[in-house]
Design a protein around this ligand. Structure first.
Ligand code: IYR
Length: 238
């Protein structure tokens, strides 16, 4: 391993050492045009749904490791990678998390949530009961690093871990598995139960597993392209 000091240029900065990126090579003979691949990914990802009914069917640790490495390949502010992913299959810890999460959720549904918030949640059919925190074979808790493990600066940590969690959710779906972006609030209990240091803040809790055979999801719609986009092409639209 090179002495990091040897990478220091005048002024004390680490040297800029560019190299060619390793692009994904398209398999030969397949239609790999940007439009066809973009459509294929849209078809694949737009079938994703948040799932609240998980089968206990086990999933190999290697799968979870690979999903986390996909998440961790995400871009981040100054490449500081301000995230820690805690993977839990231990039934005792899952139970501790469920008990603490349901305590916060009971407070939320009975006291903290505004009537408007409860009205917005009504079509989703959610309540304070979170059995999936025990039935899903894995829980992944994403923590946001407020500084590096060495005590250095991080930049845009919320954006960075948000992007990494997006990669994670896409990877879970791509693997044929289901997840849910669960955010019990407040989430401080996750630091206690998982014994994480003070510079790590709980960000998102994702159960990972197979849906049950009879899993159901609420009927929802996504906005149209016209609703979510505005275009400035320099060309006349008429
Ligand atoms: N955390 C609660 C409430 C909840 C909040 C939002 I915003 C949702 O999109 C869904 C649920 C719960 O998990 O039930």
């Amino acid at each position: 391993m090179a002495d990091p000091q040897s990478l220091l240029q005048d002024g004390g900065f680490v040297a800029y050492t560019p190299h060619k990126p390793e692009w994904h090579d398209p398999p030969s003979g397949t239609d790999r045009s940007p439009l066809s691949t973009a459509k294929a990914l849209h078809d694949a990802l737009s079938t994703r749904r948040s799932v609240r009914f998980f089968s206990p069917k086990p999933i190999d640790r290697a799968v979870i490791e690979t999903l986390i490495m996909t998440a961790s390949s995400a871009p981040s502010g100054a490449n500081k990678q301000p995230w820690r992913f805690v993977a839990i299959s231990d039934p005792i810890i899952k139970r501790q998390i469920r008990i603490a999460a349901e305590h916060e959720e009971r407070e939320f549904y009975s006291r903290r949530a505004t009537p408007e918030w409860l009205a917005d949640l009504a079509p989703l059919g959610t309540d304070s009961s979170k059995p999936f925190l025990e039935t899903a074979p894995w829980l992944i808790v994403a923590f946001k690093l407020m500084e590096t493990d060495e005590g250095g600066n991080v930049y845009y940590p919320t954006e960075s871990i948000g992007i990494a969690c997006g990669f994670l959710i896409a990877a879970i779906h791509h693997a044929g598995l289901a997840t849910l972006t669960h955010t019990p609030s407040p989430m401080g209990f996750l630091s206690r139960v998982l014994q994480r240091p003070a510079h790590e803040r709980p960000f998102l809790l994702l159960p990972v597993g197979y849906p049950t055979e009879d899993a159901v999801v609420p009927v929802i719609t996504k906005k149209t392209l016209e609703q979510v986009s505005v275009w400035h092409t320099g060309e006349s639209t008429t």
